[in-house]
Design a protein around this ligand. Structure first.
Ligand SMILES: [Zn+2]
Ligand SMILES: [Zn+2]
Length: 272
């Protein structure tokens, strides 16, 4: 399993000289399971991800799994090069949208006047939309198992646990996390995982006044990783106000608290 971070920033893209080392694109993680490509979230990082994908002529099918449909996680969709490529097939998955809503409706709304100049009909790829309930077990390919669970976030979000070839990758973002009502769900995703990518938007000081915003801290991530017996924790969904120097300090503090803890950077590749 190969994991590549194309966007690690939460809330809004923040490119510039102060975020050059950790990156300014919003969430997008590409995971290769053998020949299969699974993309988690479609933030601004999806655009460079798609540009790289279309150059690989051996890949003509990808699956995009959305944690939820807040703008920072879907805004890259209209700029995903495979959509404009004949012969490409893209499946888009999302869980627990409001009744009478669907991931197709969300994408159509995103690409409609006056928000956007062209509609989804401009795409040439075959697009499939799949709605599921958080808690469902998805099997996008033979040998690729994807467990889902609801997360504690405004409008809801889905956490994922990807099992392939004896390895486990968990994505738990966006969530206010441990401790709380969702402990059991978080544990079901993170238990014994090789890598847990976790929402670490805020520091402990910051979250004190933002408890209801649906984001978490690196300390809560470490607590979860410890209790779940996860091998490695990777901090993710960095706050746009945290510049590179701030992130260096945060990363060092987290690594002191749990040696081996990673802090995701745009472009980073992790092989499991
Ligand atoms: Zn977010
Ligand atoms: Zn969100």
């Amino acid at each position: 399993m190969r994991i590549r971070f194309w966007g690690v920033r939460g809330s809004i893209a923040c490119p510039g000289p102060e975020t050059i080392r950790y990156g300014g694109n919003t969430p997008c993680i590409e995971v290769h399971c053998g020949d299969h490509v699974l993309i988690f979230d479609a933030g601004t990082g999806l655009r460079p991800c798609g540009n790289a994908l279309v150059k690989n002529v051996k890949i003509r099918t990808v699956d995009i799994f959305l944690t939820h449909c807040h703008l920072d996680h879907v805004t890259g969709l209209p700029f995903f090069a495979p959509f404009f490529t004949n012969g490409y097939k893209v499946r888009i998955w999302a869980g627990n949208l409001m009744p009478d809503s669907s991931v197709e409706q969300v994408m159509r709304k995103l690409m409609s006047s006056p928000l956007f100049p062209v509609e989804v009909e401009i795409f040439r790829a075959a697009i499939e939309f799949h709605d599921f309930r958080s808690g469902d077990v998805l099997q996008p390919f033979e040998g690729v198992k994807l467990l889902t669970a609801p997360l504690d976030h405004p409008d809801g979000a889905s956490g994922y646990r990807l099992e392939y070839g004896g390895k486990v990758f968990a994505l738990i973002s966006d969530t206010s996390g441990f401790p709380g009502a969702r402990d059991r769900e978080l544990m079901s995703l993170a238990r014994g995982a090789d890598l847990v990518v976790y929402d670490a938007t805020f520091t402990e000081e910051e979250i004190a006044t933002r408890e209801s915003w649906g984001h978490s801290t690196w300390l809560r991530g470490i607590r979860l990783a410890e209790q779940a017996g996860a091998r490695q924790l990777c901090l993710f969904h960095h706050d746009p106000s945290h510049d590179d120097d701030f992130m260096d300090t945060l990363a060092a503090d987290a690594n002191d608290a749990r040696p081996g803890t990673l802090t995701a950077r745009e472009g980073q590749i992790i092989d499991l």
